[in-house]
Each structure stands twice: as structure tokens, then as C-alpha cells.
Design a protein around this ligand. Structure first.
Ligand SMILES: C[S@@+](CC[C@H](N)C(=O)[O-])C[C@H]1O[C@@H](n2cnc3c(N)ncnc32)[C@H](O)[C@@H]1O
Length: 222
């Protein structure tokens, strides 16, 4: 799929620096770029943006709706269940079992570091909603960390926030529910995607995070 609206792209030189400095970034740069290096958040938005094929819906967009505003030049919508900084009523969906958009209104739907935070009973429901709002021929992108890395990063960020009084761990800020998880295995994501009607699943590793994070892309048949 050719990205049509991407407005921010990392250079090869930047990617090389980020790859070498990954261990340092993994314990310090969670949300914000610094020291000439990309944060883990910037990096996952950057990888995902490469797979966005047009108007995009970002589910569980997080603070400031960054994918849509910073990477896609506003070409899309972000929705979330929690009123993080930088989000307005327009972003907050009270009944997340129904995405407030007409059928076939987006070319791409993204779940970035998010599907594991959708409580288990709602996962199929939200993927079905993603399928409904996607145009035929559109795609879905789900990012997911390696299980060990996900647990470690959550612990490191929680300690960092306690030590420095920051709020990088947006999941503790919101309060994780019982039916959420730190990670999902690919087999579960693939099964749920197939149940929702998606096909042609492809996997791409984030090499600048030493393949400890990846995305699955799938298509809504045209
Ligand atoms: C780890 S954060 C990721 C945020 C953002 N996508 C990013 O990559 O920085 C997980 C997000 O999932 C959201 N979330 C929690 N429950 C959800 C649900 N049922 N449906 C959609 N998003 C949900 C949270 O509010 C939070 O914004």
C-alpha cells in the first residue's frame, strides 16, 4: 500500500543512530525525542505511517492524537476512551463498542500499542467496528511488542515515573483494567483479524528496536 498522507519521515542516518542507541532509548526515551534520538513512541508512529493508505482512524490514539496530527498532517481521526492531555470531546468515545463514523469512511484503521489494552471481551467487537468503517480494499495495522520486552518496558517506565515524578506510563495514569494485558501473541491477533473478516496478514519487524516490536497489517478485501 502506498502511503498518501505521510508528512514526517525518518532519514536512514537517523534510523541507524536510533538502532545503535536502542538500549539507551529503551530505558529513557519513551514518548519524547531527545539527544538527537527518536523516542519509542515516535518510532512506532513512524513505522505505522508507512502503511497508511489514506484517511486514517487511529483507535486508542493516546495523548495529543500524535499519529494523525504529527505524521499524517491531520488526514484522519483519533479516538480514545480516556481524556488524555491534548484530546477533546471530539476524540473521546464513551461507547467504544460503536465507532462514531459511517460505514466505509476510512482507508486505514490503526491499533498502535493498543489491542492488548482493549479489554478481552471487547477485542472482537472493536475489530468488527474497524472492519465496518474501512472502505473495501482498505487496511488495518496492529502493533505489538515482544512479550518479554513489553513486560520489562512497562516495569522500567513505572519505576522511572516513580523516581522522576513523570507520567510516561499512560496505562497506569488511566488505570489498567483486569481484562487488559501487557501483550498479545500474534496467533491471537491473527485469529481475531480473520474472525473480523480481514485477510492477507503481513508482519513487519521494527528493526531499529532490534525486532522487539512489530506490526501486523491485514486487508479488508475489495
Ligand atoms: C499504551 S497506550 C497507546 C497509546 C498510543 N496509541 C501510542 O501508541 O502511544 C494504550 C491506549 O489504549 C487506550 N484504550 C484503553 N482501552 C481501550 C479500548 N477499549 N478501546 C480503544 N482504546 C483503548 C488507552 O486509553 C491508551 O490510549
Amino acid at each position: 500500500m502506498t502511503p498518501k498522507s505521510i508528512v514526517r519521515r525518518r532519514s536512514g542516518w537517523q534510523a541507524a543512530k536510533d538502532a545503535v542507541a536502542f538500549p539507551l532509548r529503551a530505558v529513557t526515551l519513551f514518548q519524547d525525542d531527545r539527544w538527537g534520538l527518536s523516542s519509542l513512541a515516535s518510532e512506532r508512529f513512524g513505522y505505522v505511517a508507512l502503511f497508511v493508505g489514506g484517511e486514517c482512524l487511529d483507535v486508542g490514539c493516546g495523548p495529543h492524537n500524535r499519529l494523525v496530527t504529527e505524521w499524517l498532517g491531520g488526514a484522519g481521526k483519533g479516538i480514545d476512551v480516556f481524556a488524555y492531555e491534548g484530546l477533546t470531546d471530539e476524540h473521546i468515545v464513551e461507547d467504544i463498542t460503536h465507532f462514531p463514523f459511517p460505514d466505509e469512511s476510512f482507508m486505514t484503521v490503526t491499533f498502535i500499542a493498543n489491542l492488548n489494552h482493549v479489554p478481552r471481551p471487547l477485542r472482537d467487537v472493536e475489530l468488527a467496528e474497524a472492519h465496518r468503517v474501512l472502505a473495501p480494499g482498505g487496511n488495518i495495522v496492529v502493533t505489538m511488542g515482544n512479550p518479554v520486552a513489553e513486560v520489562l518496558v512497562h516495569k522500567v517506565v513505572a519505576v522511572y515515573d516513580r523516581l522522576f515524578g513523570t507520567h510516561h506510563d499512560m496505562d497506569s495514569q488511566r488505570g489498567m483494567e483486569e481484562e487488559e494485558e501487557y501483550y498479545l501473541l500474534d496467533c491471537e491477533i491473527r485469529e481475531r483479524l480473520a474472525r473480523a473478516g480481514f485477510s492477507d496478514v503481513r508482519k513487519k519487524y521494527f528493526w531499529t528496536q532490534w525486532a522487539l516490536n512489530h506490526l501486523l497489517e491485514a486487508a479488508k478485501p475489495g
